[in-house]
Design a protein around this ligand. Structure first.
Ligand code: ATP
Length: 288
């Protein structure tokens, strides 16, 4: 048996950090949505009781460190599956970019193995399983637009935002999420208007969605990495409706409604950044 599963990237329309918890995790509140930039996951059932990972991307580990491996192991252990699986990851999402590529691969493996082995696990249960792998996996299991709270594992789905183009630019630097959180100064945070964003999405008001974008981590990453600041300024200069960093960065995205404006921003980034993508916002769930 063989099947394919799409693993789309996410962007943060908002990201807020509310406080640090006694367990040392940060309590977050994030509005996230999926975009049409996706890894392609192939699952091939094996008779032998093993999990094999294959990916040609040199930044992606081909062993038990891979989040896709951990997802398969979790399902196999929990449901006492004695078959094995070969997981081939065709990586299209930039790695360590703030786009939840690894989490989305893990979520796709959970959804895919649920189908491959006819386990009939509900989306809610899959999301709960996913939270054991990483904070963004629960959101990625839904693959829609949602507000994520807690560590990111408490998901409330939202309607899809008004459709638009998303231009993404990832500078060639690695950003450690941990170091960004360590540099957060609780009394100097610029909190996004999360409630305002939720209303804008529910009203289908594109202008307000753009106005309400905000990421509390952005000022930290921008102050540490001038490359990210430069890309943001360049996108703003090229006439984007909104420009924001996703996650802890370093990817920055711009929102626009017209395709020609998206390509104007894309062209404006030439010379600044090698990894630039123009994609559609997906926003609605494709999970059955
Ligand atoms: P997030 O937005 O959830 O913080 P990210 O987009 O910043 O995630 P990922 O692309 O998920 O980051 O990769 C983070 C690290 O996880 C990488 O350094 C990589 O070595 C490791 N990793 C494990 N599994 C995967 C995978 N399937 N795809 C990409 N990276 C993976």
């Amino acid at each position: 048996m063989f099947l394919l599963e799409k693993a789309p990237a996410k962007i943060n329309l908002t990201l807020d950090v509310l406080h640090k918890r006694p367990d040392h995790y940060h309590e977050v509140e994030m509005v996230m949505t999926t975009i049409d930039l996706a890894d392609r996951i192939e699952l091939i059932e094996l008779q032998e009781d093993i999990i094999e990972i294959r990916s040609e991307n040199r930044f992606v580990p081909n062993d038990e460190r891979n989040l896709a491996y951990r997802a398969a192991k979790l399902i196999k252990d929990r449901y006492h599956i004695k078959h094995g699986v070969r997981i081939y990851i065709d990586k299209q999402i930039p790695v360590a970019a703030g786009l939840a590529g690894g989490s989305s691969d893990a979520a796709a493996v959970l959804r895919g193995l649920n189908r491959l082995w006819s386990l009939h696990i509900s989306v809610k249960e899959l999301a709960a399983l996913g939270s054991q792998i990483g904070s963004d996996v629960s959101f990625c299991v839904y693959g829609s637009t949602a507000i994520a709270r807690g560590r990111g594992e408490h998901i409330t789905e939202l309607p899809a935002p008004p459709s638009c183009w998303v231009v993404l630019a990832k500078p060639e630097i690695g950003v450690s999420t941990q170091s960004i959180y360590q540099n957060l100064q609780p009394n100097r945070l610029i909190h996004p208007d999360t409630a305002g964003m939720i209303n804008a999405i529910k009203d289908g008001n594109y202008i307000d969605v753009c106005k309400k974008t905000g990421n509390v981590l952005e000022s930290v990453t921008l102050s540490l990495y001038p490359e990210v600041k430069q890309i943001k300024a360049q996108m703003e200069k090229s006439g984007a409706d909104a420009v924001l960093m996703s996650g802890s960065g370093p990817t920055v995205f711009a929102l626009v409604q017209q395709e020609n404006r998206a390509y104007r921003i894309y062209n404006g980034l030439r010379g600044f950044c090698n990894e630039v993508y123009v994609v559609r916002m997906l926003g609605s769930s494709y999970v059955g």
